[in-house]
Write a protein that binds this ligand. Structure first.
Ligand code: SAH
Ligand code: DHB
Ligand code: MG
Length: 221
């Protein structure tokens, strides 16, 4: 999957990516090994990986949660931005979790990544005692995004940040749910997620206009 970046000109995207997200041996190996293990090609793009690293660094992040880890690509980006501390990586699929554990080990983060297998809504309660957190990255099943953002509102410190991938829902978020019966639940859930971020009173938030839409909210209360 070629995830886009920027204001639409592919030459600008290529130029910026070449400069800011140069070919990276560790991340490249994670993509190749994930593909070889049959994982879907849906990790964040190199530029979105860089956004995650920069945001983690900006937030002085030491305790983080990732919901939807796949093969560990975005998790390694987050850990690179974290000066120290632990990333709790939640993943439904044991095969993905296995690939992710290897990715974290190969990237030198074996001792700083804790992979938890199972549906996140079931496993998140076991993390509450480890919080409050500095950052929560949401990238799992889109229908549960509102619950994940509510969990983040309750388990981030004030000043902590929630980040949601795919905020544009692959272009579907503005479609009429009635015209898209298969995606209707996801459309309504993503809109609810946006409403929580924009109007819920707990966050100051925006959506960075990457190709996928990267929603970013800072917890204010
Ligand atoms: N963040 C990853 C990509 C995640 S893709 C990266 O950029 O590298 C979405 C992942 O969410 C998939 O691996 C899928 O198995 C996982 N997932 C789906 N539903 C989930 C759930 N209920 N709980 C936890 N993980 C889930
Ligand atoms: C899908 C999920 C993602 O998180 C993503 O970034 C791209 C695609 C998917 O489920 O198809
Ligand atoms: Mg995603």
């Amino acid at each position: 999957m070629e995830k886009s970046y920027g204001q639409g000109d592919p030459h600008i995207a290529e130029y910026v990516t070449r400069l800011f997200a140069q070919d990276d041996v560790v991340l490249g190996e994670i993509r190749t090994r994930s593909q070889a293990r049959g994982l879907p090609d849906i990790a964040v793009s190199p530029m979105d990986g860089r956004h995650l690293e920069v945001l983690a660094r900006l937030g002085n992040v030491r305790r983080a949660v990732e919901i939807g880890t796949l093969g560990g690509y975005s998790g390694v980006c987050l850990l690179r931005g974290m000066a120290d501390g632990v990333l709790h990586a939640l993943e439904l699929d044991p095969e993905c979790a296995d690939v992710a554990r290897e990715s974290f080990a190969r990237a030198g983060f074996a001792s700083r990544a804790r992979v938890t297998v199972g549906p996140a809504l079931t496993t998140l309660p076991s993390l509450v005692a480890e919080g409050p957190f500095d950052l929560v990255f949401v990238d799992a099943d889109k229908v549960s995004y509102p619950e994940y953002v509510e969990w983040a509102a309750d388990n981030l410190r004030v000043g902590g940040v929630v980040i949601c991938d795919n905020a544009f829902l692959f272009g579907e978020v503005i479609r009429e749910p009635a015209d898209a019966p298969n995606e209707a639940r996801a459309i309504l859930a993503m809109r609810r997620c946006h409403e929580l971020l924009a109007l819920g009173g707990r966050f100051v938030a925006t959506i960075l206009p990457t190709g996928e839409g990267l929603a970013v909210g800072v917890k204010v209360r």
